[in-house]
Each structure stands twice: as C-alpha cells, then as structure tokens.
Design a protein. Structure first.
Length: 301
C-alpha cells in the first residue's frame, strides 16, 4: 500500500485516534474488525499496523496487538495529505468561490478551473456536474458554467433536510449496543476534539474534516444512498462556508468542539435522553451560525 495514498493516511489517523483513546496496555481489534469498522481492505489494515509497529506505538505478534504508548500530534498526517483527488477539487472550488468573493452571474470555465486547481479537466467537469444538481451553478448549453446565488431561502431548505436526516441517524446510533463499532468509533473521537480545543489558535482549521466524520458515523448506519449523496454537498457548503465571513471561524469551531464533547460525554454516561437533547442543541446552534455568518446576496441593505 503506497504511503502517499489518501485512504491509507486518513485511516492511519483514525487508528492513531483509536490508540489515544484506548491507552497503553489496551488490546486492538482483529484485522477484520478494523477493516469492517473503517470500510478499508485488510491490505490497508496491515500497512497501518506495520507503520504503527515501526513507530513503536504497538506490539504486534500474530493476532496479538497491544498499545505501547499514545501517539503524539506530530505523528498524525496533516489534513491536506488525507484528501483524495476528488476532495481536493471540491476544496479548491469552494476556496475559489469564497476567496474570490464571486458574485452571482460569474462565468466559470472548466479549462481555467483545471489549470488553477492543478487538476484534470475531466475531474473538474465531474465535480461541476455533481454540484450543479443543487442549483448553485448552472451549465449554459454548449458553453460555460454560471455561478448562481446562495440565498437565505436555499440555506433554510438545505438545513431543514439536513436536520431530518441527522436526527434519524443519531437515533440509529443511540440504538446501537455500546460496544458496537459505530458507537466505539464515535466516542473515540473525543481526544481529537479535545486536542483542537487545547490548541485552538493553531488547530482550529483541523475542525471541518473532523466534524464531517463526526456527523457521518451515524449517517453511515442508515446505509441510504440518497442521504450519502446529499451530504456530499452539505459538507462542501457548510465546511467551506459558501460566501462565508471567516472572521469568527476560530470561535465557531471552538464552540462546536465543546458541543461535540458534550454529546459524546452523554453517550458515555449512558444517558440517551441527554445525548439527544445535546445533539438537538448542536443542530440548532449550527443553524444559527449559518444564518448569522453568511453574507447574503439577497439580504436587505
């Protein structure tokens, strides 16, 4: 398994988080258990275990795998390295829109975007076609793309659908046994959120990627292809902040980290009513943040 592979690096970071949560002396799951939990091949799992062993993080002999120490922050791959080529196109597109403060009606040309992003024209075209289904960009017949406005009404509609899906998914997570892979992975994210809180000024930009995983773990339990497709666009809009005011991003991410930790704490305590209440509060906070922070094209003067 090539060490430059984004899937390997993302999964390796998740393995480090698992070690941090488990602590020295803990035994690790089987290779099959890791593969099923993270949706990766056993070949990738073995590559991860080999690296963990070479770094002195685990002791590995046959089926015996024991944690020797907790990982240090420097041992994690940086966020940019864990992104697939498709994710990098998504990121560059949203940065292009936000950074350029592009107005509705702006012309977007595939060839120009491909050169700017350092990506193939086909990768850019595939992304634009997928993104266009939600009405934020539109293809002119036999010509270029046009950027459409992101209105307050659109944001409210988007969040209403997101809320329905997420509440159903969170109920499914709470219905899982405490030792299930999904519940275990969910609560194991606590040290990662705490790390960001402890070093918020330099680590707050790590939050969007982690937040995306936090919300996807429950959604993956539903196994619904329509929800999966919808949340690809939700992630782009909410995490790359379409027309977003970046001034308060650090504070927003700090507050969201605290909300996530409160949810995880309630789950650990076995208080499902409190966990649901805190999750609803988190969604309400996310809605307020979105509506207050975006620079609306249709906002009154």
């Amino acid at each position: 398994m090539p060490r430059s592979n984004a899937v390997f690096k993302e999964s390796y970071n998740r393995a480090l988080a698992h070690l941090e949560q488990a602590g020295p002396g803990a035994n690790l799951p089987s290779e099959t258990g890791f593969a099923e939990r993270w949706g990766i091949s056993r070949t990738t799992v073995r590559a991860i275990l080999e690296r963990l062993q070479s770094q002195g993080l685990i002791e590995w002999e046959g089926r015996h795998k024991k944690v020797l120490r907790r990982p240090e922050r420097a041992e994690y791959f940086c966020e940019e390295e864990t992104r697939t080529p498709a994710e990098k196109v998504e990121q560059r597109f949203m940065e292009h829109v936000v950074g350029g403060d592009l107005a509705p009606g702006t012309v977007l040309r595939e060839s120009e975007l491909a050169r700017e992003f350092g990506a193939s024209p086909s990768a850019v075209r595939e992304f634009l076609i997928r993104f266009s289904r939600f009405g934020l960009i539109e293809k002119q017949p036999n010509r270029h793309w046009i950027l459409r406005g992101f209105t307050r009404d659109f944001a409210v509609e988007l969040f209403n659908v997101r809320e329905m899906f997420e509440l159903r998914a969170f109920e499914a997570l709470l219905a899982e046994p405490p030792a299930s892979p999904a519940r275990t992975e969910f609560v194991a994210m606590a040290p990662e959120f705490q790390r960001i809180l402890d070093d918020i000024e330099s680590a707050y930009l790590d939050f969007p990627r982690l937040d995306e995983r936090f919300h996807h773990i429950p959604l993956d339990l539903l196994g619904n292809r329509f929800i999966d497709d919808f949340f690809q666009v939700v992630s782009m809009i909410f995490h790359f902040h379409y027309r977003w005011n970046k001034a308060g991003e650090m504070d927003r991410n700090r507050d969201a980290c605290r909300e996530h930790l409160a949810i995880i704490s309630a789950i650990r305590a076995g208080d499902t009513d409190l966990a649901q209440a805190r999750f609803r509060e988190h969604l309400a906070s996310a809605r307020r943040t979105l509506l207050l922070s975006i620079q609306w094209d249709n906002a009154p003067d």
